[in-house]
Design a protein around this ligand. Structure first.
Ligand code: G3P
Length: 225
């Protein structure tokens, strides 16, 4: 499973990259707005802390296809061609995807709430399709199931498009997708850091340390022996 950091905060991104095996960063205009910096400058800063092979996903703000296309091209010029351009699955968005795919732009179709929207994005050439799992749960739908349906459909379509599920609020939602072999998720830093949490793991480490120190001294490790 590929795991992305869903954040535009440099401290959070740097901390997570230093310790977890992640594959890149996804941003959106709301996440960038929280940073109170020039959004394009913030994206450049994020790019500066990414390791080689890590992806950066950044969204266009334009509403019509022609403007989306020129905005995507501008973003490529500013951020590098390997940047994934996030485009919402509106009529204009799909139109822009069709064009940008032909010119070799990496596209992440976003704001997806139905499998059919993902199918259309796949046909328009998106590399990633991003359904909003928790936002679906919040309107009484089953976000995990929508993501699984999209994953299964894309697999059967035999296209280059894959699922990049977004908008999670708990570990269970992510685990359910891992169980069925869903390829990618993007997760906020605070939830990413919960993925490893179990109180008994912390207790086990504390117990081992106490036992070891009972025959040595406080702070002793194998290196001190
Ligand atoms: O980019 C979309 C995704 O970040 C939405 O997440 O947590 O705002 O529902 P959330």
């Amino acid at each position: 499973m590929r795991i992305y950091i869903d954040s535009a905060n440099i401290e959070d991104i740097t901390r997570i990259i230093a310790k977890f095996p992640v594959d890149g960063v996804t941003t959106n205009p709301s996440l960038l707005a929280r940073e109170k910096n020039n959004p394009l400058e913030q994206l450049k800063k994020i790019k500066g802390v990414l390791e080689e092979q890590m992806e950066l996903h950044a969204q266009v703000l334009s509403q019509n296809a022609e403007d989306m296309i020129s905005e995507a091209e501008y973003m490529h010029a500013q951020l590098g061609k390997e940047t994934f351009i996030k485009i919402p699955v509106t009529h204009e968005g799909i139109k822009a995807m069709k064009y940008l795919n032909k010119s070799g732009v990496n596209i992440t179709a976003t704001a997806i709430y139905t499998p059919m929207q993902a199918v259309m994005a796949a046909k328009a050439g998106a590399k990633w399709t991003a359904p909003y799992v928790n936002r679906l749960d919040m309107i009484g739908a089953n976000g995990v199931q929508v993501a699984i349906d999209i994953h299964n459909i894309l697999t059967k379509m035999n296209v280059k498009t894959e699922l990049l599920a977004a908008s999670f609020k708990n570990v269970e939602q992510i685990l359910k997708l891992a169980e069925v072999g869903v390829g990618s998720v993007t997760v906020a830093p605070e939830l990413l850091e919960q993925l490893l949490y179990h109180p008994l793991t912390d207790k086990a480490v504390a117990d081992f340390t106490n036992d070891f120190e009972s025959i040595t001294a406080k702070g002793t490790t194998m290196r001190h022996l």
